[in-house]
Design a binder for this molecule. Structure first.
Ligand code: PMP
Length: 419
């Protein structure tokens, strides 16, 4: 495996710690499970190094040119010439970093500008940028619902949503994944007076399924709850303006907060929340993950602003992404793979495999054939499933999609995942 220790460094004797005092003892089972897997000779799916990245869809991994199908780079903006130029100009003009929090020395022109770009893109009065999407969820959820109030969330919510709940003091209520009925039932059991926040996602990232937001938002409103929707996996290609599933389902005047990320369709790093709430700005003074961390580097916010403004006019890319997603979903279904959704619902195509051994074997066979996909396993996945997660990119050519389908056929037959 790739080690941080260089070959010519002197060997270091590990410290001797009695197991009963060693805080790592609780991880022994996991360490043994990982080691047993690696001892079978497979590559570590969680330690891949991209030695060179040639485009949004091709990288060099261990000397081999590899098609990327597990990057969340949905709109392929990472190599857009205008985006790159904006980053270079900002590096020259503002330096490499801000050294500080947004509320002290860490707000530069570019942070204000990317918030303006978000307001333009979403058509909202407010936009607040956080340093990651993870922190946007932590920061919004922990600050919105406090002691004596309720957060009602989908059981399959992203880790950042769960962690936002743990960070705050509200009561947490979970409902069955995408079940409008269960949401209604659980909201109905709560006392009517306390404040309530229902947290939903437009596209669920493990299976690639879309939420019935229209029905869910109606139920939330019926019970007097505010609604936050995480649209991390839909930005740029759902809805007439690419705002997300909530826009596609006509809910712009009903969703109170939309959380998103710059790490997927935007093609850089960062997170945000947009809202029309008249008191939204107070979040900057009460949200700890906004205050107690350094702001994004100037080059990052400049690339994000350039990318967001281009995404507003990316209709061709959008159409391409959908065509690619449908073709991949159809090709894999025809071959006999079990996918996360019966029909193509988003740009995530999740291939469900029998167990860890089959998933890793398949993942490795694909990598050796020249295709990188994401391997996902519990606890990140629902219901103990092992998945190969494919995220399609608008920049995949039709020929690449056909090559990918052929690679899946070869790897599936070699590993016995399909006949
Ligand atoms: N929300 C969802 C639904 C996500 O899938 C992710 C990242 N996978 C995040 C939030 C966090 O985004 P970021 O990478 O910007 O931290």
């Amino acid at each position: 495996t790739d080690s941080a220790q260089t070959a010519d460094a002197p060997p270091i004797d590990p410290p001797v710690i009695p197991p009963e005092r060693d805080l790592f003892t609780k991880y022994d089972a996991l360490i043994a499970e990982r080691q047993a897997l690696l001892d079978t000779g497979v590559r570590d799916p969680f330690a891949i190094v991209m030695d060179e990245v040639k485009s949004p869809t091709v990288a060099v991994i261990k000397g081999k040119e590899t098609i990327l199908l597990g990057t969340y780079n949905y709109m392929g903006m990472t190599f857009d010439p205008d985006v790159i130029q904006a980053g270079k100009d900002a590096l020259d003009r503002y330096g490499s970093g801000t050294n500080g929090s947004r509320v002290f020395n860490g707000t530069f022109h570019g942070h204000a500008d990317v918030e303006a770009a978000l307001r333009e893109f979403y058509g909202t009065t407010g936009a607040i940028v956080f340093s990651t999407g993870y922190q946007a969820n932590l920061g919004m959820i922990s600050a919105l619902a406090g002691k004596g109030e309720y957060i009602i969330l989908d059981a399959d919510s992203h880790a950042s949503i769960y962690d936002g709940c743990s960070m705050g003091n509200a009561e947490i209520v979970r409902f069955r994944h995408n079940s409008v009925e269960d949401l209604d039932k659980r909201l109905g059991r709560l006392p009517p007076e306390p404040g309530k926040l229902v947290v939903l996602e437009g596209v669920y990232s493990m299976m690639g399924d879309v939420a019935p937001l229209k029905e869910m938002v109606a139920v939330a409103k019926k019970h007097g709850a505010m609604v936050l929707v995480d649209e991390a996996h839909s930005m740029g290609f759902f809805g007439p303006h690419g705002r997300g599933v909530y826009e596609e389902q006509g809910l712009e005047d009903q969703v109170d907060f939309v959380v998103g990320t710059f790490s997927k369709s935007v093609g850089t790093v960062g997170g945000f929340c947009v809202s029309n709430h008249p008191k939204f700005e107070i979040m900057r003074f009460v949200s700890r993950p906004y205050i107690f961390t350094a702001s994004l580097p100037p080059s990052v916010v400049a690339t994000a602003a350039a990318s967001i403004r281009k995404l507003m006019y990316a209709h061709n890319k959008r159409a391409h992404l959908w065509a690619n997603s449908r073709r991949l979903h159809g090709g894999l279904t025809e071959m006999g793979f079990t996918l996360g959704t019966r029909t193509p619902e988003s740009a995530i195509v999740a291939v469900i495999l029998k167990d860890q051994t089959q998933a890793v074997a398949m993942w490795q066979a694909l990598l050796e054939g020249g295709l990188y996909v994401n391997m996902a396993r519990p606890p990140a996945t629902p219901a103990g499933t092992y998945l190969l997660r494919c995220s399609v990119c608008a920049e995949h050519s039709p020929e690449q999609i056909e090559t990918i389908i052929a690679m899946f056929r070869a790897a599936g037959q070699a590993t016995g995942a399909i006949d």
